[in-house]
Design a protein around this ligand. Structure first.
Ligand code: PLP
Length: 368
């Protein structure tokens, strides 16, 4: 008989590991990487300079209160800095929320094609993941509410959602909050908020300010181009901020990441350039792929979800192989319950044109 071995908490071995977007093809090729919703414009040069300056004092611990970063974020959005909590990516903040508010016997709801991290963090804390169906690849408030039980402790909504790109209006979010029991934490994951160009959208600031049970998470990984630095933040009710600050690592954000974050959030011109670029090319890519006969889910973010024909020769897996052979990496989304779709990040003009022309060839249609 083998000796007893350490065993993890229940739920952990049910977790399917998160598979990040691929970043490499054959060793000698520089691919067009459109698989992780990174900005093709890169970070603000001011953020890069700040990151480099931070290397002069690497022997020093960072400011564990993240004061300068919280101040910069608060000034940018008109927020109360005391309610901002920073983390090593919004992944860390989401994990801390699950760790603090979920445990065995609890349930937490996320949507059918919702960001996969939610399932991981729910299971990691021994709680039960409850999936609410979406309607037309959009979160459906009614379906979420109908799955609430006395065991429900949290609801995670990515708005806009990854990988669908769809969003729900502020009216819908407000109605969801109003109908959820007060003891249920509503987590609005607004990783792509800066990209949204719709008047009926609100990232979550207003609800966080006016309720004691709603949290909004944000990231520097997407529009600010700092995915490699690992930096995110949450705007929280005071009690939730207090809870997160008790359990987070005392030095969870590095000196360099904080310095880059301050410079990035202050460089509004760089952010505006990314918004303009994305708006233009999101529209172009959506129109061109639609002309090719592909179904593109209307996106409010910096990526599109593209649905392929049911003929396996023209399906998502074959398209993915075809694109890879052309040096283009997009994202398979079978793990999100979308086996016949691909998610493509909006890239630079040449990248976008390369994808459209490759897919035209793949489908045997004339290119744009
Ligand atoms: C919806 C959503 N939330 C959160 C994240 C996590 O971002 P990060 O941990 O880099 O801040 C991502 C990244 O892909 C995302 O798509």
């Amino acid at each position: 008989m083998s000796p007893p071995a350490p065993s993890p908490r229940p739920g952990i071995l049910q977790i399917e590991k998160y598979v990040p977007g691929e970043s490499q093809l054959a060793a000698d090729e520089t691919p067009i990487k459109l698989s992780s919703n990174e900005t093709p414009l890169g970070p603000s040069p001011k953020a890069v300079a700040a990151f480099q300056r931070a290397s002069a004092e690497l022997e020093r611990y960072p400011d564990g209160s993240h004061a300068a970063l919280r101040k910069a974020i608060a000034e940018r959005y008109g927020l109360n800095a005391d309610r901002i909590v920073c983390g090593a990516g919004s992944d860390e903040i989401l994990s801390l929320l699950a760790q603090a508010y979920l445990g065995p016997g609890d349930e937490a709801i996320y949507t059918q094609h919702g960001f996969l991290l939610y399932r991981i963090i729910i299971l990691a804390n021994g709680a039960a993941p409850i999936v609410a169906p979406e309607t037309n690849f959009r979160a459906d408030i009614g379906e979420i509410l109908s799955r609430v039980t006395p065991q429900t402790r949290a609801v995670f909504v990515a708005n806009p959602n990854n990988p669908t790109g769809t969003y729900i209006s502020f009216d819908e979010v407000r109605s969801l909050r109003a109908k959820l029991p007060d003891n249920v934490l509503l987590v609005l994951d607004a990783a792509y908020a800066e990209y949204v160009r719709h008047n009926d959208y609100e990232a979550g600031i207003e609800l966080v300010a006016t309720t004691n049970n709603t949290v909004m998470t944000r990231t520097f990984s997407k529009i600010h181009g700092l995915a490699g630095a690992r930096l995110g933040w949450a705007y929280c009710p005071p009690d939730v901020a207090d809870v997160l600050n008790r359990i987070r690592g005392p030095f969870n954000v590095s000196v360099a990441a904080m310095a880059a974050g301050v410079a990035a959030i202050e460089d509004q011109a760089h952010e505006a350039a990314a918004v303009t670029h994305t708006e233009q090319w999101l529209g172009w890519v959506t129109a061109e792929l639609t002309k090719l006969g592909l179904d593109v889910t209307p996106s409010a973010a910096n990526f599109v979800l593209v649905h392929f024909p049911s003929d396996p020769n023209k399906g998502a897996a074959a398209a993915d192989e075809f694109l890879k052979a052309r040096g283009i990496i997009v994202r398979r989304v079978g793990a999100y319950g979308l086996p016949n779709a691909l998610r493509m990040t909006i890239g630079m003009e040449a990248d976008n044109r390369a994808v459209v022309s490759a897919l035209a060839d793949f489908l045997g249609r004339p290119a744009a």
